[in-house]
Design a protein around this ligand. Structure first.
Ligand code: SF4
Length: 281
């Protein structure tokens, strides 16, 4: 068996928003025998989604796919004001598991006045972004995916920059820097959330001394991908693995020191299963 060392980044794994969302759905499952509809996913983890399906939860992407009067959960990424209104119209029994930090971002978007422009650094298509845009207090909305797109924005009179909670803190700084240089009156009240920041910084401290960096998480998790990128920025080969079965001898060839981190939506059991697979492969 090859001598291999695994160092786990601290902190990693579940954040408070995810713990809270899971506790809310567990409580709902205990209380009802009716079908529970989860709108736009609870958190981005395939293993947890599979367990919830086994418990009888039904995942839907559109509020209109939920039968009127049904038990419903809004996931940690939040939903738009329009979706909340539609849910009320359909008399859904809603448990709102939106993370308080996402809710804060929605409130910041709602506070942007019609005269101001909202510039949102985010990934189009992500449910959090859709929810935040659905609270914007202005029609003048610009989504930028990176600093290059921020540099190409048209002239803006009174821009407000907000940031999706799970993006890269390095990229967010670049976007802020570009916009501040172009628009000295830029208001930039938000940043990525503290849980994402601390997990990225932990990867940045550890990755330079590792031969390989492994992030435990699902491919559609934004914060998992940002952790992988953080390790890559340090010049370390990095992979995102959703299951121990993805660990192969080829991946570990010549590797003696592995850094291990996990997305804010990855359970402890998945981290431990991956750690064991990395040691025994
Ligand atoms: S990653 Fe941040 S914003 Fe998202 S659920 Fe966790 S604490 Fe909330």
């Amino acid at each position: 068996m090859p001598q291999r060392r695994i160092i786990i980044a601290e902190p990693c794994g579940f954040c408070s928003g995810v713990r809270n969302a899971l506790a809310m759905i567990e409580k709902k499952l205990e209380k009802t025998t009716e079908n529970i509809y989860i709108l736009k996913g609870l958190i981005h983890n395939n293993g947890i989604a599979a367990e919830l399906r086994k418990s009888g939860c039904i995942f839907v992407e559109d509020v209109e796919d939920i039968p009127p009067g049904s038990q419903t959960v809004f996931g940690a990424h939040g939903v738009s004001a329009k979706v909340k209104a539609l849910a009320a119209e359909r008399m859904l029994h809603v448990t709102d598991a939106t993370c308080p930090l996402v809710e804060q971002l929605q409130n910041q978007a709602a506070a942007v006045t019609p005269e101001q422009e909202l510039v949102l650094f985010g990934h189009p298509g992500h449910p959090e972004l859709e929810g935040v845009l659905g609270h914007a207090g202005t029609d003048k909305v610009f989504v930028v995916r990176n600093a290059a797109e921020a540099a190409e924005l048209p002239e803006l009179e009174s821009p407000v920059l907000l940031v999706q909670t799970t993006l890269s803190h390095v990229e967010a700084d670049k976007v802020r820097h570009v916009l501040k240089a172009r628009f000295p009156n830029l208001s930039a009240p938000g940043n990525i959330c503290r849980a994402s920041l601390l997990r990225q910084q932990a990867v940045e401290r550890l990755a330079p001394e590792c031969d390989l960096f492994v992030v435990a998480g699902s491919p559609h998790s934004s914060n998992a991908n940002r952790l992988r990128e953080a390790a890559e920025r340090c010049g370390t080969k990095a992979v995102l693995l959703d299951s121990p079965s993805e660990v192969t001898p080829e991946l570990l060839k010549g590797v003696t020191k592995i850094g291990l981190s996990a997305a804010a939506s990855t359970p402890e059991s998945q981290i431990e299963a991956l750690r064991k697979a990395l040691l025994s492969c």
